[in-house]
Design a protein around this ligand. Structure first.
Ligand code: TMP
Length: 397
């Protein structure tokens, strides 16, 4: 049974950065539910994929050093540990992972044309299509079964999880490996990062729920890794149950035990989370209003989809945060969805004109603070809402 626990209000499509104030956003309710059977957390309103994953999709995996490094390290591990003849990536984005492999060894699947074009043009075989059973069958007919299927921050965006795993099961070799990584529900609850939810993020996975979902398709987790990316993610290493060539690591049980200890499988945890989120909104607004009263100027650092959830849920407009700044070409000079705050092009002097920087990309806090150390030292203050609304002060090491 799906039980409601939090209403994040009316939200525009998170990655729909419009280029004119005259254009209007359609808003959709963003309500969160916990499934008491399979323990999955999901949003209620399902927007057709075609509306969200457009031909000018603005999110690029390669935009941060942290992500480039994470994909590079993973590619090294995959080569050493699994040495696949063929790797297929579902949601290959701008090629941040596949570019680390030989061209004839990888296949990308990417529904957003602007992103698929980036990897195709470089010579990587890329299917500009949505992941589904029909595509899995087509790829199987053409290339045979695949040794390693990888997907980061993509499967949680697809409404029909049964189709997702049925298709993977069809295409994966019996001795093959599936690696998926997505933000961790446990980390989200611990950090009170309600902004992990937006219309694209239909689900937030935990080891407990992934185990429940994939079991139907005779798949099982054999290893697990905690990652720092996206505010705390889990990387799941999955195999077919019939494949006995990998031992099940003790880390799988440890993660599940940790989640159970935190009562991630109990509805009361989400009722509690909901209370904390409401408090977080109140406190963030208090801080922002205080700064405004003192006539100080705030810029949002990182025009992220997460920040779209925050500004729309907390009702923050340009009177409180004057601008956002971002390095992504598709976002620059456009407006933050729903609140029409202009996104400026990043340059290394941009922070000079502001007193506070609100970390829209709080998940890259270290990378950003390191990059902007000069301003931080000179008195610029960073502001974040994770794990609770607060102003960060410069600390000498
Ligand atoms: P994400 O949190 O959804 O991964 O998005 C990160 C966004 O932040 C992306 O639009 C790029 C932007 N960004 C910057 O503009 N400058 C930076 O230094 C970093 C780390 C990210």
């Amino acid at each position: 049974m799906n039980k409601f626990f939090l209403n994040l209000g009316n939200q525009p499509l998170a990655n729909n950065y419009l280029n004119s104030l005259k254009k209007k956003h359609i808003k959709y309710t963003l309500r969160l539910f916990f499934n008491t059977n399979n323990k999955i957390v999901s949003i209620s309103k399902r927007i057709p994929s075609e509306k969200m994953f457009t031909n000018d999709y603005p999110y690029r995996s390669s935009m941060s050093k942290t992500m480039r490094h994470s994909f590079y390290e993973l590619s090294k591990e995959i080569k050493k540990r699994f040495n696949p003849d063929k790797l297929l990536e579902i949601g290959s984005n701008d090629g941040a992972l596949i570019k680390n492999f030989k061209m004839n060894k990888v296949i990308g699947v990417e529904p957003c044309k602007n992103l698929a074009n980036i990897t195709s043009k470089k010579g990587f075989l890329t299917y500009n299509k949505y992941w589904n059973y029909k595509l899995a069958k087509k790829i199987k007919d053409k290339h045979g079964n695949i040794d390693l299927i990888y997907s980061a921050n993509t499967l949680t965006h697809i409404s029909n999880l049964d189709d997702v795993f049925r298709s993977i099961s069809l295409l994966l070799k019996d001795k093959g490996v599936l690696i998926i990584e997505d933000p961790s529900l446990l980390e989200c609850i611990k950090k009170n990062s309600y902004d992990q939810f937006y219309n694209e993020h239909i689900y937030l996975f935990s080891a407990i729920s992934v185990k429940n979902i994939i079991s139907k398709y005779d798949l099982e987790i054999f290893d697990i890794k905690n990652l720092l990316t996206h505010g705390g993610s889990l990387r799941y290493y999955i195999k077919k149950k019939i494949n006995k060539s990998f031992k099940i690591s003790i880390k799988v049980k440890k993660q599940i035990d940790k989640e159970k200890k935190y009562e991630i499988d109990k509805f009361k945890t989400y009722k509690n989370f909901s209370k904390k989120v409401k408090k977080s909104k109140e406190n963030l607004l208090k801080i922002l209003n205080n700064i405004k009263k003192n006539n100080k100027k705030i810029i949002g650092y990182g025009a992220t989809a997460k920040a779209v959830t925050v500004i729309n849920y907390c009702d923050i407009d340009k009177n409180l945060i004057s601008n956002f700044v971002d390095t992504t070409p598709e976002k620059i000079n456009n407006y933050m969805p729903g609140k029409n705050i202009k996104i400026l092009r990043y340059n290394k002097n941009i922070l000079k004109n502001y007193d506070y920087a609100f970390l829209g990309a709080w998940n890259f806090k270290n990378e950003i603070i390191n990059k902007e150390k000069k301003y931080f030292k000179k008195g610029l203050k960073f502001l974040t809402h994770i794990p609770k609304p607060q102003v960060l002060k410069y600390k000498k090491k």
